[in-house]
Design a protein around this ligand. Sequence first.
Ligand SMILES: Nc1ncnc2c1ncn2[C@@H]1O[C@H](COP(=O)(O)OP(=O)(O)OP(=O)(O)O)[C@@H](O)[C@H]1O
Length: 257
Amino acid sequence: MKKQPSHIDKNNAVISIRNLKKSFADYDVLRGIDLDLYQGENLVVLGRSGTGKSVLIKLVSGLLKPDEGSIEVLGKDVTAISDRELQELRIRIGFSFQNSALYDSMTVRKNLEFPLVRNRKGITRSEINTSVETVLDAVGLSQTINQMPSELSGGQRKRIGIARTLILNPEIMLYDEPTAGLDPITCIEINELINEVQQRFHTSSIIITHDLTCAKMTGDRIAMLLDGQFQRTGTFEEVFDTDDSRVKPFYDYNFIE
Ligand SMILES: Nc1ncnc2c1ncn2[C@@H]1O[C@H](COP(=O)(O)OP(=O)(O)OP(=O)(O)O)[C@@H](O)[C@H]1O
């Protein structure tokens, strides 16, 4: 399915990163990163293993502190806010991480209810039911409501994980390797879901991947992390229209439809 036109507000950066630096011992992972994520945008961060993509996500979500630089998320400086403010901010961000596993002992319904009950004090039973039904419909899995996670395929579990994130109506989605470990057809379905989420929930997203089909299908803009900095940023075609020997192999060894 072709990606629908995105409604991006370039005057409104929901994430704004300036001169971000992070080292571990004597390894400089991020060496001065500048990046804006605009309202409504799907931004793909591409990079080889070990280039610092996960470190970047951890810095944005306040799980790591930078050595230098600033990170503003939804107008808050995450390097300077209190733990309580950080917690409140995190509720406005949906994390779709590889390890965001479902609770195996709970049905799909209970898995989806969990974040609501925990974070929305005073929510009524009928509001919970409506929210669960809405997100399950959004990920196309209404029929699984009473199933256990063990009865679902890998792709279905990934979808339910995304639904569980969507149930709190996040303004920003962070997808870490959304297609890792899935077969090619399921990968394409997840890419389509990422685009549907963007349209239906008006989210702004960072999608971390080294899957170029994912990058091409979902990204309004691609930022390529090389040697600790974003060396190339633009549309998919712009990023790969180069003879740069650090970029070309990345393209050549991926299968593009
Ligand atoms: N807490 C930490 N302490 C020490 N080194 C770390 C820590 N976290 C990350 N690193 C190092 O920083 C580098 C970047 O790691 P990161 O996990 O961000 O890579 P990545 O680009 O996400 O890779 P992959 O695609 O394989 O997930 C790696 O060399 C890693 O060993």
